[in-house]
Design a protein around this ligand. Structure first.
Ligand SMILES: Nc1ncnc2c1ncn2[C@@H]1O[C@H](COP(=O)(O)OP(=O)(O)OP(=O)(O)O)[C@@H](O)[C@H]1O
Ligand SMILES: [Mg+2]
Length: 348
């Protein structure tokens, strides 16, 4: 029968006017069976009720709805919108209006959720930041105060204190530059300068630049047997260098004496290259593993050892790899070792 669900105000007025005028006219015709008078009655009642109903709907319902619309869109109506409110909106059925309002409400809810998570994120970030700066700042303050209180007189002590203060300042400098890096990466401010290069060469350069640290623990870095064949990738070389250096320096920091770091390179599907860097160090337990890419996240080992990390290294790696549209993953077993892998685009 009548599709009563999605009626526009005109249709609604039309139907109601019909429902009103037809029975009345029929009643009238039964009493006074003069067809042209009945027709006149029909026309008058139909037009009269149609206009009245439409006016009432327009005046008391649709104007209010238009107000709500204006409020929802929160804009000063442009010419186009004015036309929309004036001519198009009245065609909309109440159901369509309800759908629009529900859509608007869902959108608002989503926006609020995003704002809430951003707020929580910001709070946590500031907390972490304050925490990370506290230790070196207090240490520097302690050394400087002691020096001023008289330790300056003793050259041996004063040199040691100054060295300690300098170490803590260096730590703050690293922290600031890491933070700078991560915020730039997050805001997407840093464009990628992609080029073709051989990934094995970059890995060897990273091993070389970290060789002093590695030799302290007698850790050896190598490329896995069978993976020596040069593989060319298309990526931002300097950024990937940073990724490899961060991963390898973790393998050294959390590696055991006389340990090994092995890099393997695989061409996966002709379009991608998988790079994995494995060590035989202390490993990461299952509970920590999913979180190591979060900024400031450190496992107990990372926290308790005097290795001076801030937990930003892998977060930076993740940003860089994701900026390349690639992925990063970790596998690890306590006391066996850790493998951090990432994909890259193969050279064109
Ligand atoms: N190869 C690894 N072996 C064992 N644990 C690791 C290894 N790599 C990372 N981790 C753990 O993951 C945590 C996060 O690593 P990440 O590189 O982000 O921070 P960090 O090395 O502590 O500090 P930063 O890199 O900022 O100097 C580390 O604190 C450490 O606990
Ligand atoms: Mg690190």
């Amino acid at each position: 029968m009548l599709a009563t669900k999605n009626l526009s105000p005109q249709q609604l007025s039309l139907y109601t006017a019909t429902i009103l005028s037809v029975p009345i006219t029929l009643g009238y015709y039964l009493m006074h069976p003069i067809w042209w008078v009945a027709l006149l009655v029909l026309i008058i009642i139909f037009i009269g009720s149609f206009l009245l109903i439409q006016f009432t709907l327009e005046r008391f319902i649709y104007r209010k709805i238009k107000l709500i619309y204006k409020f929802i869109y929160q804009t000063k109506a442009s010419k186009r919108e004015e036309t929309y409110y004036k001519y198009l909106l009245p065609q909309k059925s109440i159901d369509e209006v309800r759908e629009d309002v529900e859509k608007w409400a869902a959108q608002q809810k989503e926006e609020i959720e995003v704002l809430k998570t951003n707020e929580a994120y910001r709070k946590e970030f500031l907390q972490n930041l304050a925490h990370e700066f506290k230790t070196p700042i207090f240490a520097v303050q302690g050394y400087v105060d002691t020096l001023l209180d008289g330790a300056l007189e003793n050259p041996a002590v004063s040199k040691k204190f100054l060295e300690n203060a300098a170490r803590n300042i260096a730590r703050m400098v690293t922290l600031v530059s890491d933070l700078d890096e991560i915020t730039k990466l997050e805001s997407g401010e840093q464009p990628l300068h992609k080029e073709n290069f051989i990934i094995q060469d970059l890995i060897k350069e990273a091993y070389d630049s970290l060789s002093i640290k590695a030799s302290d623990k007698n850790i050896k870095g190598s490329i896995k047997k069978g993976c020596e064949q040069p593989v060319s990738v298309f990526a931002d070389k300097e950024k990937i260098r940073q990724v490899i250096i961060n991963i390898v320096s973790n393998s050294i920091k959390y590696g055991k004496e006389n340990g090994h770091i092995v890099a393997s390179i695989y061409k996966t599907d002709g379009k991608h290259v998988l790079v994995e860097i494995s060590d035989d160090g202390i490993g990461i337990s299952e509970e920590h593993l999913p979180r190591i890419f979060e900024r400031f996240y450190r496992t107990d080992a990372g926290r308790s050892r005097d290795v001076g990390g801030t937990g930003l290294g892998l977060a930076i790696c993740k940003h860089i790899i994701e900026a390349h549209g690639q992925t990063l993953h970790a596998r690890s077993k306590p006391d066996i070792g850790t493998t951090i892998g990432f994909t890259l685009e193969a050279a064109k």
